[in-house]
Design a protein around this ligand. Structure first.
Ligand code: HEC
Ligand code: HEC
Length: 415
């Protein structure tokens, strides 16, 4: 049987994995009827309703976009797996949908490679503008992105707002003095705790030390709810996760269409559907490894090469200290710690592409105590534009249950 492997959409979908749970390393075939404003809808031409395992990356080195797609002129050298994230980023920066730049054929199928829309051609110049600006002014770091100018609009405003009232409201001596006093006070930043204080509080609040010393395996039962479209109701699927220290994992999710598995045995990462399984490589393997890190929630410090205190922000109903830094594998991240409880509320990771930094966030809620350790029972992940938002809910968490090590291996008969 010939299975058309779904390629499109994977890059973006997989991006959700950086922090997300495995949600999306697959695309459900037959999804082509999903509405056009979802990136998931690129799953074109898939006739079978069964699950197809998806893989865009080749075995070892990742291909550049121009080798995978048909008509790449400006984004040459971009890793192919970043193409959809980049498209999604442009879409969100301009506040448009894919069809602002792309056309469909008469039978309604997307023709991504076509240059028929003028906006697509303008965009090529814009990509060049963005890349060049960063080169000239910022040593190639992506400080300027589409969003810097566009702010969710197609037409950027090139004039600062003029307020006629402003002339009448020049600060008088009294207010000027107040302002001076205010700035004389130690600034908010001076009052922030240090990185060490924040991390130590987190370790204490979670019982991280206890976890690291005592826990060797973990079993989780829960559900995963994922929106295929920001507007559609979530699909809720039962989920089981087996983990063993320091870095083994098997996750199994039961969808109406079948079971999806994802495993890492400390060396080999794979995904499967119960009938067949494939080894993962490239960016998806890196993500899976991160996810398989048994002590990831507790050993935060070890994950970072650099960390600094960036300030205080409000997240939902909580006040949070914000740390920013680079992980040991050089990813930019922001961590938000509850000023009251010391617990981690949010983690945002940024993927640097040539046209901008693409964020993905994970929120941690509903911390509960299990065997003397606090665990977030709800993990919500979100990306730009609500795309691929998903929620992982734990119902049951058990530590140190016996788990046979072979469970994590790529199923041999199914290679
Ligand atoms: C603001 C304009 C714009 C938007 C919005 C946009 N794209 Fe693109 N897209 C482009 C441009 C420009 C290229 C070609 C890039 C190049 O030449 O390197 C492209 C190329 C592509 C390609 C490669 C086609 C090929 O085979 O050469 C795909 C696939 C694609 N876009 C998908 C999408 C999807 C999906 C969305 C919606 C999430 C989207 N695009 C939104 C401008 C856009
Ligand atoms: C330095 C600021 C700046 C950056 C960065 C920038 N743009 Fe623009 N862009 C503009 C301005 C200004 C216009 C309007 C030009 C005009 O009105 O003729 C524009 C126009 C456009 C248009 C045409 C809109 C229309 O009316 O159809 C598109 C599409 C576009 N930009 C896409 C992008 C994309 C995608 C990126 C990132 C890769 C980007 N721009 C980055 C300033 C910017």
């Amino acid at each position: 049987m010939i299975k058309r492997i779904v390629v499109h959409g994977f890059g973006v979908v997989v991006l959700g994995l950086t922090l997300g749970f495995f949600v999306a390393n697959y695309v459900v075939a037959g999804a082509h009827d999903r509405a056009e404003n979802s990136t998931v809808s690129f799953v074109e031409d898939v006739s079978s309703a069964e699950l197809s395992i998806v893989q865009t990356q080749n075995k070892s080195v990742e291909k550049p976009a121009e080798q995978v797609f048909k008509n790449i002129q400006s984004l040459k050298g971009l890793p192919a797996s970043q193409l959809y994230a980049t498209m999604n980023f442009m879409k969100a920066s301009l506040g448009v949908k894919c069809d602002y730049c792309h056309v469909r054929t008469a039978d309604g199928k997307w023709n991504w490679e076509s240059d028929d829309k003028p906006a697509k051609q303008v965009t090529r110049r814009m990509i060049q503008l963005t890349v060049e600006s960063n080169k000239i002014a910022f040593g190639g770091r992506t400080q300027v992105s589409c969003y810097t100018c566009h702010r969710g609009n197609t037409d950027p405003i090139n004039l600062p707002p003029i307020s006629l009232a402003a002339e009448d409201q020049k600060p008088n001596a009294a207010t000027a003095k107040n302002v001076a006093n205010a700035t004389a006070k130690p600034s908010a930043v001076d009052e922030l705790p240090t990185v060490d204080v924040i991390l130590n509080r987190h370790a204490e609040a979670t019982g991280g030390k206890r976890a690291v010393e005592n826990f060797k395996t973990q079993f989780v039962k829960g559900t995963l709810s994922a929106h295929q479209l920001p507007s559609s109701p979530p699909e809720i699927s039962p989920l089981e996760i087996y983990m063993a220290a320091p870095n083994k994992m098997l996750a199994s999710i039961t969808t109406p269409k079948g079971t999806l598995l994802q495993g890492y045995n400390g060396a080999t990462g794979w995904m499967g559907n119960g009938k067949e399984a494939r080894e993962l490589s490239g960016a998806s393997l890196v993500r899976l490894k991160r996810r398989a890190d048994f002590y990831a929630d507790w050993k935060l410090r070890e994950q970072f090469a650099r960390l600094r205190v960036a300030g205080k922000e409000r997240i939902n109903d909580h006040e949070a200290y914000v740390l920013t830094g680079r992980t040991v594998d050089s990813r930019l991240e922001r961590l938000y710690f509850d000023t009251q409880t010391g617990l981690l509320l949010r983690r945002v990771a940024y993927t640097e592409t040539i046209i901008g930094m693409i964020p993905e966030a994970m929120d941690f809620e509903d911390y509960r105590e299990v065997d003397g350790v606090k665990i977030p029972f709800i993990r919500r992940s979100a990306q730009l534009d609500g795309f691929e938002a998903s929620t992982l809910k734990f119902m049951e968490v058990k530590f140190n249950v016996p788990i046979n090590d072979t469970k994590f291996n790529l199923p041999a008969a199914q290679k």
